[in-house]
Ligand binder design. Structure first.
Ligand code: 13P
Length: 255
């Protein structure tokens, strides 16, 4: 982390876990533990939990995010949620392009880009996820994959809008597998992402972007991962569902 240049952000991605009542209970456990955090703290929760989560975190330093959004303002898109719907209830962040969305729900860089632009236009802050598959790493094309995702996912995003974008580097092989990237691997790709941003925008704009690492990050490895200059936070799956573990990661990012 380089807190002089950019904001450190720890975000939970709850995925398809917790009912609204369970969400309230978990956030009631988390909020007192993270109240003195010296980093941004976010919980990205299932759509139906959003209202309960916003209520449970009112007046605290915990921000709430959604796990996706559609690009259209309204219309015949059964099962989708618009940015306006999220904004109206007080959502601030939205996870976009998560590998599970890409893998199981057919999302492409094109749809991730449309969602990103729609989120920014609505005043939501997108957490745009990128990352290579194990096969792609083994074939030594990690940088090509990441460069392509960054360029396409942020296509037509202005330098001004980039200030509200968070990037999450999530190597797909490290998600939910217990297999964390080493801190050197995480740093290497996060630095590469920043170099790509500098090419697409400029160095100052790139230096100001928060780049998180995600993939089996937990209370045991957070310190080491966050010690790297270009790892500005974490997007946490499993460990974000346990208040003490999530709080310990927030503590690591608060140093
Ligand atoms: P895990 O922390 O469970 O590996 O999940 C990471 C992730 O996908 C966060 O978006």
């Amino acid at each position: 982390m380089d807190k002089a240049k950019r904001k450190a952000i720890i975000a939970g991605n709850w995925k398809m876990n917790k009912t609204p009542k369970e969400a309230t209970a978990l956030l009631n456990a988390i909020t007192p533990l993270v109240k003195d955090a010296d980093c941004e703290v976010i919980a990205c929760v299932p759509y139906v939990d959003l209202a309960a989560a916003i209520e449970a975190t009112a007046g605290t330093n915990v921000k709430i995010g959604a796990e996706n959004c559609h690009w259209a303002e309204s219309g015949a898109f059964t099962g989708e949620i618009s940015t306006g719907m999220l904004k109206e209830i007080g959502v601030e962040y939205v996870v976009l392009g998560h590998s599970e969305r890409r893998q199981y729900f057919g999302e492409t860089d094109e749809t991730v880009n449309k969602r990103t632009k729609a989120a920014l236009a609505a005043g939501l802050k997108p957490i745009v996820c990128v990352g290579e598959l194990l096969w792609e790493r083994e074939c030594d094309i990690t940088e090509e994959v990441i460069a392509r995702q960054i360029k396409l996912d942020l296509w037509d995003v202005t330098e001004e809008e980039l200030k509200n974008v968070v990037i999450a580097y999530e190597p797909v092989w490290a998600i939910g597998t217990g297999k964390t990237a080493t801190s050197d691997q995480a740093e290497e790709v996060c630095a590469f992402i920043r170099a790509q941003l500098a090419k697409l925008y400029n160095q100052d704009a790139a230096d100001a972007v928060t780049i998180q690492y995600g993939g089996s990050m937990n209370d045991g490895n957070a310190d080491e991962l966050l010690s790297k200059t270009n790892v500005d936070g974490g997007l946490i799956g499993g460990a974000s569902l346990v208040a003490e573990k999530f709080a310990a990661i927030v503590k690591a990012a608060s140093k």
